[in-house]
Design a protein. Structure first.
Length: 90
């Protein structure tokens, strides 16, 4: 009976030790995962911010054709004024 009790007691301590090792390994893996997720999150934040800036900077590009047309009209008007003023002065 004492041999059975001693081996049960030993098995109990071995089980606790294995459980502790497993818990430490799981904690290490979860910490590595947390750090990787934090790094990805930081990268996504930077990407999101840059994407919003690009969207802000390009939100009015449809107006470029109108600006070009107005510039051509202005150039024509300036040529008319130059011709009316009498000459080819720069």
């Amino acid at each position: 009976m004492t041999v059975l009790a001693a081996s049960t007691h030993t098995l109990w301590w071995i089980t606790l030790a294995v459980g502790l090792v497993v818990a430490v390994v799981v904690w290490i893996l979860l910490e590595r995962l947390r750090r990787a997720v934090a790094e990805v999150d930081a990268g996504v934040d930077v990407l999101w911010t840059m994407g919003k800036r690009v969207a802000q900077n390009t939100s009015t590009t449809y107006l470029l054709n109108t600006t070009k047309e107005r510039g051509v009209e202005l150039l024509g008007e300036l040529e008319e004024h130059r011709a009316a003023a009498g000459g080819n002065r720069p």
